[in-house]
Write a protein that binds this ligand. Structure first.
Ligand SMILES: Nc1ncnc2c1ncn2[C@@H]1O[C@H](COP(=O)(O)OP(=O)(O)O)[C@@H](O)[C@H]1O
Ligand SMILES: [Mg+2]
Length: 281
């Protein structure tokens, strides 16, 4: 499985990193992501370690731990449609920390636009622009890029596999993770310039010892990055099934059913309590 991005990389010091900060690529609750002046491959995620009601977690260690845990699953055959963006370096001071991660370029290759494309696969269509926060595409908008139903099916299956590797194998709850759609710089040098789904932002996630299935389901549905069920649209339902199938290929039937029986409960197509569903977004 090729999750690791191999870069020739010498390492930076705090001052050098400060000097390399260029354009803002995105902003989260605690951090800002910058492009780098001298390195197209990478970006810098700068986070405040302190803050109101902030329990700071070392995101670098969290991601490295996930890679360690899932490295024994090398026998899983994947097509490299989904990657966890693996950080290369972490530096901290008392108040700040910096992480160097592969920069993900927009799938449409629009270099004049710094917004990352967030893959909100739980919506049929969802093209929206959030000032400084990014841009979102729904299921159909992402599928259009692949223009191939069979490949898109594999992408979704693989997303299920990777999320189960995180939740079931690495025992990380995946709380607050995000999915962005695009490619790395090196991909632009290849003929196909393969776009992938990238899993990012692990700083709010935690490992667990005993699975709380309701919580694991909630972590996957607080923002609608992941496919949901549909009674009326067979295409959306098929995408959901594929996602679950991928998840189950890793986590097994019992664990998967336990997670998914709590997932997507407020979907208006399945529940009379539709209002609650939208409150959760
Ligand atoms: N590797 C990346 N390449 C391009 N854009 C990114 C990358 N990582 C994050 N971003 C953008 O920056 C935003 C903030 O990063 P994120 O890791 O979510 O920080 P926070 O922990 O503060 O939420 C993301 O929502 C995304 O839009
Ligand atoms: Mg974020």
């Amino acid at each position: 499985m090729n999750y690791l991005t191999k870069h020739l990389f010498a390492g930076y010091h705090v001052k050098a990193i400060e000097n390399q900060k260029d354009k803002v690529l995105g902003q989260g609750a605690h951090g800002t992501v910058y492009s780098m002046k001298g390195n197209f491959d990478l970006c810098i995620k700068e986070s405040n370690k302190q803050g109101v009601s902030r329990k700071w977690r070392n995101e670098f260690d969290i991601i490295k731990n996930i890679f360690n845990q899932i490295s024994t699953y090398d026998n899983v055959h994947l097509n490299d449609y989904v990657r966890i963006a693996c950080p290369l370096q972490f530096i901290e001071t008392v108040a700040q920390c910096y992480m160097l991660i592969p920069r993900i370029f927009r799938a449409d290759n629009d270099k004049s636009n710094n917004n990352a494309i967030h893959a909100l696969l739980g919506f049929k269509n969802h093209h929206k622009i959030f000032e400084n926060r990014g841009e979102s595409y729904g299921l159909e908008e992402i599928e259009k890029f692949y223009n191939n139903t069979e490949i898109f099916k594999k992408v979704i299956y693989e997303l299920g596999v990777v999320i189960a590797l995180i939740q079931y194998v690495a025992k990380n709850d995946a709380s607050d993770i995000e999915i962005i759609f695009g490619h790395e710089y090196s991909d632009e040098l290849t003929e196909q310039c393969q776009n992938r789904l990238y899993v990012i932002d692990f700083d709010m996630s935690s490992t667990y010892e005993k699975a709380d299935f309701e919580w694991l389901a909630q972590c996957l549905e607080t923002v609608r990055y992941f496919p949901i069920r549909s009674k009326t649209n067979t295409r959306i339902q098929a995408v959901f099934e594929e996602f679950k199938k991928g998840y189950q290929s890793i986590a097994g039937e019992e664990f998967t059913n336990n997670v998914f029986k709590h997932y997507d409960l407020y979907n208006p197509e399945f529940s009379s309590n539709a209002n609650n569903y939208f409150l959760r977004l």
